[in-house]
Structure formats: structure tokens, C-alpha cells
Design a protein. Structure first.
Length: 383
């Protein structure tokens, strides 16, 4: 447990001891108490002495108030706005993002009944200009293709990398496409040095070599790009009905077909976003929001760490509703999501490691009165 986490956790515990804790805070601690008894190996071995003291203090106080009636609803750990300042402790502890709750086994009965699924991995298919397809996750490291003098390597880091000795204006240049399935992600280094990370369910179409002062690629789904600077050859990204123009910069583009908008978020440099109706230039920390239904283009300041959390191995929710969360889960765990009955429209906050098993994600969401059933890879969500 981080020192900051422990500080905030103790704030709740102190309020509990003084009889000042809210019903939600009491229920949060009592859920902890329940987990201590139900889960073998619940405590991390690190800082065990400190955590054991916390465990005993909670258990002692709960035992003293065993008949205390608590409001009978699950603690909305994510969706209660009062908890945003406690996130460093209560939320992040329960979400096990590098802290001390690991959720090594399903906690709740309904979760234990679902078919568990592992998180996504580095997996993609490379289609060469001649139509040859290569499964990148199983390809051996080293050169995997040599077409028209353009060599394709799988480097030591597992990335796809292009190397070209020289190319003239008369040499043939084809297009390659890398596609990640649901449950996959991949990284590409283009021959100009630009690096591209593809999220699950995404694709990148690009020329095997850039020439004629043009660097244009097409992206579906979501990608993070670190574009090599070249003032004489601007870099363009086509995603849906918008085009992004850059000279050299770091940015993220989210252009999934099942999302209501295309979002372009800038971390470094400057980009220009163009559509049929409008264009705008954004600065670092800003995002454009292109509405797919009406074609409007807006920009706003955003938390860039939130927008690129996926690249850093996290699900990060900041006011997301259930269906937005489930779309991310569907892509990363390669499962189909359906809903029964009315679904809460409350907003969720917090972070979860993308290395978690699906049962661990559901164990967390169960705390918010959501329920899950599975039939093969189909997951049914209900309140």
C-alpha cells in the first residue's frame, strides 16, 4: 500500500472509530472485513505488519457493532462523486492497480459462475502488398518479409519495423495493413521512425515507404502515434471522416465504429484536424470531438493521461457509463456484451489494470449492483 493510499484509508477508518463515518464509508469498511474472512491470501506480503494492524482494527470495530444496520445497497465506489478524493486509497485499493488487493479468485457467487477470460495480448495480422498474411504473434523474431527491396522485421521488443536501403521515385511502393483483433494489440515502427501503438480491434494501413513529400496512413479503431519530425513531409492520419495533419508530435486517435465520436487527443506538438465542414488546431492537453452523427467538430481541454491509459496498461474511467465501460471490456477480452432490463446511467470513476482477468473486473463492478452471466463468450449484464 502506498503511503498516500494508507493516509486516505486511515481517514475513513478514523471517522469510523469516531462514529462520524457515512453509511457508504461504513459499508466500504465492512466489505473489507468480509473479504478478510472470505479470501485466503487477501493481504499482500509487502508491509504485512501494517496491513495486519488495519485488518485487526477493522475487525474489532465491526465486531463491536455487529448489529449495526447499514443502508442495504452496494457501495458505489466508482460512481459516488464524494469518493473522488478518496480514490488514492479506497478506489485504487479495490481496483488493485499496483496496490494491495490482488483479487486472485472471484469474490462473489455470481462472478464465480461466469466463464473467466484472460486479458488481451500482443496479437495482430500483417497483410503485405502482395496479399500475403503473416500472424505476427507467432512469427519468429528477425526478418519476416522482403518485398521489392523493403525488409520487414520483428525486432527484439516484438515490434514490426521497416528498413529500406534506398528508394527512387520510380520504385514500386505498395500498402501494408496491420490488423489487431479484439483481445489483441500491437506496435509498429514505420521506415521514417514514426511509432504507432494499435489498441484492440484496430487497423493501420500505410505505404511501405513514404515519398513525394507525403506521409499518409489510415487508422480504424484506436491508436497512439509518436510521429517522427520532418518539416518537408507532413504526416497525415485519415480516420473515418476526418484527417489529422502533423509535422512531428505525440497524439491519440480513437475512431471505433461503435463510438459516437472520433476523439483526437494531443500530448506533444501541434496537430490540425480537418473534416468536410470544419477544421481546428489543438495544443497539448486538448482534444477534438468529431460527432459522427451530425458532423460537428469541437475541442476541449482533457486529462491526457486518462485518454492514453490503455497504452499504459490501464482501463481508466472518469465519468463513463456502464455501456462505455463494457465496450472497452468487449474489445480487450474479446467477448460479446448484451443487456437485460434497464441499466443504470450512473457514472463511474477509477482505474483497473488491463492485465486483470475478466472475473476480477466483474468482482469490482459487482460492488455497484451490476450482475453478469455468461454463455460462451457472450456476457449478459443486468442491474
Amino acid at each position: 500500500m502506498e503511503e498516500t493510499d494508507l493516509k486516505y484509508f486511515n481517514v475513513i477508518l478514523r471517522k469510523y472509530n469516531q462514529g462520524l463515518a457515512s453509511a457508504e464509508e461504513i459499508e466500504f469498511l465492512e466489505k473489507y472485513y468480509k473479504l478478510f474472512d472470505e479470501k485466503e491470501g487477501f493481504l499482500d506480503l509487502q508491509q504485512l505488519e501494517t496491513q495486519e494492524a488495519i485488518k485487526n482494527e477493522i475487525k474489532n470495530k465491526v465486531d463491536e457493532n455487529i448489529d449495526f444496520l447499514v443502508k442495504k445497497r452496494s457501495l458505489s465506489i466508482f460512481n459516488n462523486p464524494y469518493f473522488k478524493y478518496i480514490a488514492a486509497a479506497s478506489v485504487l485499493l479495490i481496483l488493485s492497480v499496483g496496490s494491495y488487493l490482488a483479487f486472485k479468485t472471484p469474490v462473489y457467487e455470481v462472478v464465480s459462475k461466469i466463464n473467466d477470460f484472460a486479458p488481451g495480448v500482443n496479437k495482430a495480422t500483417l497483410e503485405l502488398a502482395n496479399g500475403t498474411k503473416i500472424l505476427l504473434d507467432t512469427a519468429v523474431k528477425g526478418m519476416i518479409a522482403n518485398l521489392d527491396g523493403i525488409k520487414v522485421y520483428k525486432n527484439a521488443a516484438g515490434e514490426i519495423e521497416y528498413k529500406i536501403n534506398s528508394i527512387s521515385s520510380t520504385d514500386k511502393v505498395g500498402f501494408n495493413t496491420i490488423t489487431t483483433p479484439n483481445g489483441g494489440q500491437y506496435q509498429v515502427v514505420l521506415h521514417d521512425g514514426s511509432k504507432i501503438w494499435l489498441n484492440a480491434g484496430s487497423s493501420l494501413k500505410y505505404p511501405t515507404a513514404f515519398r513525394d513529400n507525403d506521409r499518409t496512413v489510415t487508422i480504424t479503431g484506436e491508436a497512439y502515434l509518436e510521429v517522427a519530425k520532418n518539416k518537408q513531409m507532413p504526416f497525415r492520419v485519415i480516420s473515418g471522416n476526418q484527417t489529422i495533419e502533423v509535422l512531428g508530435t505525440h497524439f491519440n486517435v480513437n475512431a471505433y465504429d461503435d463510438e459516437v465520436a472520433i476523439k483526437t487527443t494531443l500530448l506533444e506538438g501541434a496537430v490540425k484536424v480537418l473534416t468536410d465542414k470544419a477544421s481546428t488546431i489543438i495544443a497539448p492537453g486538448e482534444q477534438t470531438y468529431f460527432n459522427n452523427s451530425n458532423g460537428s467538430l469541437q475541442k476541449k481541454a482533457v486529462d491526457v493521461e486518462q485518454e492514453v491509459a490503455w497504452k499504459n496498461g490501464l482501463f481508466s474511467f472518469k465519468g463513463d457509463d456502464v455501456k462505455a465501460i463494457m465496450r472497452q471490456i468487449s474489445r480487450w477480452y474479446n467477448v460479446e456484451i448484451e443487456y437485460t432490463g434497464p441499466i443504470t446511467d450512473e457514472k463511474f470513476y477509477g482505474q483497473i489494470s488491463r492485465n486483470s482477468k475478466l472475473s476480477e473486473i466483474f468482482a469490482i463492478l459487482e460492488l455497484n449492483n451490476l450482475h453478469f452471466k455468461s454463455n460462451g463468450r457472450k456476457i449478459t449484464v443486468s442491474n
